[in-house]
Design a protein around this ligand. Structure first.
Ligand SMILES: NC(=O)c1ccc[n+]([C@@H]2O[C@H](COP(=O)([O-])OP(=O)(O)OC[C@H]3O[C@@H](n4cnc5c(N)ncnc54)[C@H](OP(=O)(O)O)[C@@H]3O)[C@@H](O)[C@H]2O)c1
Length: 256
């Protein structure tokens, strides 16, 4: 990994001069900001091709990512308290409970060994891969709304435990209230791994603080989702960090 550009707390730009980054420098470059009590930081992480596709021909992101993207994906999980995922992505990507492995385990000091996963769903259906217990992995929570209905909510409570089901909002999840519920559980470093509809709702809610975006040096043409979907919304971001690795560009973009 080579640092191309970084932006310091005083708003100054520093060219990276192609300096090679080891894993410690990478972890520092992606560290969450210092948060005061009750404060949250909501970061999203996505990968896209040069022509803006969020999936490859198999309808999954695994076919467009690269080694550098996988490395930062694992690092961002290790830095987070909770991983948010939309049910569409959990189904398409066959999500399992999150785990943190070497070289990032030292980042979990003073915290559970693995981040929790918060599944966002209006239907309240938890995919079996997430509801099943998995040794040495994080907890799973369901974040849903009243529309899911009592049967789905009660089933999720039986499967995941009463405390792991958050119901916020009527026809859809109220994002502000959901972020507040996570923060009340001490989960303040929040990582949203998509997908596009959840990202669209998060952006529209004004609760997205930062986007980590990997651009892979690939064109795929065809019809593929972008990293956002749903109702149109404009959010302006400014670059904070740019890294290059074998043609893959990785960046952090913060809300202005
Ligand atoms: N390139 C990348 O980095 C990346 C990242 C993630 C995903 N993807 C790709 O994106 C595709 C999936 O796209 P998608 O738009 O369907 O994904 P999604 O946003 O994860 O899933 C949509 C579903 O998530 C739930 N959901 C989303 N927003 C919600 C909200 N505000 N409140 C409550 N529930 C909410 C609903 O689940 P219910 O249907 O259960 O109600 C909804 O039908 C897959 O092909 C995946 O591979 C790519």
């Amino acid at each position: 990994m080579r640092l191309l550009l970084s932006h310091d707390d005083l708003g100054r730009w520093s060219p990276g001069r192609g300096g090679v980054m080891d894993s410690e420098a990478l972890a520092l470059a992606y560290a969450y900001p210092q948060l005061c009590a009750e404060q949250t930081w909501v970061r999203a992480n996505f990968v896209s091709t040069l022509d803006g596709a969020a999936t490859g021909a198999d309808g999954r992101s695994g076919s467009i990512n690269t080694g550098a993207d996988r490395e930062v994906f694992a690092l961002l999980r290790a830095l987070s308290d909770v991983v948010l995922v939309g049910a569409g992505t959990a189904r398409a990507e066959r999500y399992k409970r999150a785990t943190v492995r070497a070289p990032w385990t030292y980042l979990r000091q003073g915290r559970p060994a693995h981040p929790s996963t918060a599944l966002f769903s209006r239907s309240g259906a938890v995919p079996p891969e997430l509801s099943q217990a998995r040794e040495d992995s994080g907890e799973v929570m369901l974040v849903t709304c009243q529309q899911a209905g009592a049967a789905a909510i009660n089933l999720a409570r039986d499967t995941l435990g009463e405390q792991n089901v958050i119901v916020q909002g009527q026809a859809t999840v109220d994002m502000a209230a959901a972020v507040g519920s996570l923060a009340a559980r001490g989960l303040r470093r929040i990582l949203c791994e998509g997908g596009p509809h959840l990202m669209g709702d998060l952006t529209a809610s004004g609760h997205l603080d930062e986007l980590c975006l990997t651009i892979t040096p690939t064109l795929v043409a065809g019809d593929h989702p972008r990293i956002t979907a749903g109702t149109a919304v404009t959010a302006n971001l400014k670059p904070q960090l740019l890294i290059e690795s074998e043609g893959t560009i990785l960046g952090r973009w913060a809300r202005t």
